[in-house]
Design a binder for this molecule. Structure first.
Ligand SMILES: NC(=O)c1ccc[n+]([C@@H]2O[C@H](COP(=O)([O-])OP(=O)(O)OC[C@H]3O[C@@H](n4cnc5c(N)ncnc54)[C@H](OP(=O)(O)O)[C@@H]3O)[C@@H](O)[C@H]2O)c1
Length: 274
């Protein structure tokens, strides 16, 4: 039962704090069962004030007695942080890592204890409960462990389970994906402004159009191509815009962006492993 478990979040920065917020709002555990760790005492004081969670500047103290240890520090800090907690970790503790590019094998190697390890790739819309997270199981992690991770990330959005060799592609698609959409929104705003719409109004219309279109894809269950065809009137505005987007290669550009981001994620994983 997750509600009776203790959760330690090591590296309570943007993503770590977003998870704590989601866990508490979904009432998965009470604030007293969460230990948040980072080096800045001032930032920890803010977390205590906001949520009433326990806070630590000492990672080893934070993870002692936790059933689940969430590693949310930057990948560059993985070595020092995981080696630091390794001596106090027990094989029964589930480790969930959000660190981009750090494999479950690397984490198990640094831990030197046979803790089950689940790896996750969330994205920043988790901050508004609309995240998309992929999780995968490392050695020693079973369905029960994946289920716990699914509940935790489910508190801030949608969760899918993938094999670990798909994590770089997930990084290229949904991990980095918000950036592509932010650029799309920005460009749509500029298009509106160019055609005379005040910027604030253009921003509202562009963001709501992206939000509404995504909601329609998800809630109608229809393929996006069907939804597009439904609003494409013969000789109308949409087909003229589609022609422009196709001739300038919108689809190819997005596919290439995902391929390139995936390749870069693979490269970074190799660098961090080395
Ligand atoms: N943001 C994203 O979109 C996203 C998406 C997927 C995965 N991730 C992964 O999530 C992780 C966190 O990313 P983020 O954007 O949340 O970064 P962040 O805001 O910088 O959070 C990392 C936190 O780690 C703390 N930290 C650094 N060294 C530490 C140490 N030795 N012991 C304890 N805490 C330490 C830092 O706080 P102090 O300086 O106070 O110690 C900082 O608040 C990364 O590994 C990233 O790859 C992020």
């Amino acid at each position: 039962m997750l509600s009776r478990m203790k959760i330690a979040v090591v590296g309570a920065g943007h993503m770590g704090a977003a998870l704590i917020s989601g866990i508490l709002r979904a009432k998965l555990v009470s604030p007293g069962r969460i230990a948040a760790a980072r080096r800045s005492e001032a930032a920890l004081a803010e977390l205590r004030k906001r949520w009433g969670v326990k806070t630590f500047t000492d990672n080893a103290k934070a993870v002692a007695g936790a059933d689940i240890v969430i590693l949310a520090v930057k990948p560059q800090n993985a070595g020092v942080v995981v080696r630091g907690i390794a001596p106090v970790m027990k094989p029964s503790q589930l480790v969930i890592s959000l660190m981009a590019g750090i494999t479950t094998t690397s984490i198990s190697g640094l831990l030197k204890t046979s803790c089950p390890v689940v790896r996750a790739m969330p994205n920043t819309p988790a901050q508004v409960d609309a995240g998309a997270t992929a999780i995968c199981a490392g050695a020693g992690a079973d369905e029960k462990h994946l289920g716990l991770a699914e509940k935790i990330f489910g508190s801030v959005g949608t969760v899918v389970t993938v094999p670990e060799n798909a994590m770089d592609a997930v990084t290229g698609l949904s991990g980095s994906g918000p950036v592509y959409i932010f650029m799309l929104i920005e460009a749509m705003i500029d298009g509106g402004v160019k055609m005379g719409i005040p910027r604030a109004m253009a921003a509202k219309l562009a963001a709501q159009t992206v939000f509404g279109s995504a909601k329609l894809v998800m809630e109608s269950g229809k393929h996006p191509a069907i939804l597009r065809d439904e609003v494409t009137t013969p000789g109308g505005t949409a087909i003229n815009a589609i022609h422009e987007l196709e001739s300038k290669g919108l689809r190819s550009v997005l596919i290439d962006a995902i391929v390139t981001a995936t390749r870069r994620s693979e490269e970074l994983s190799r660098l961090l492993a080395g």
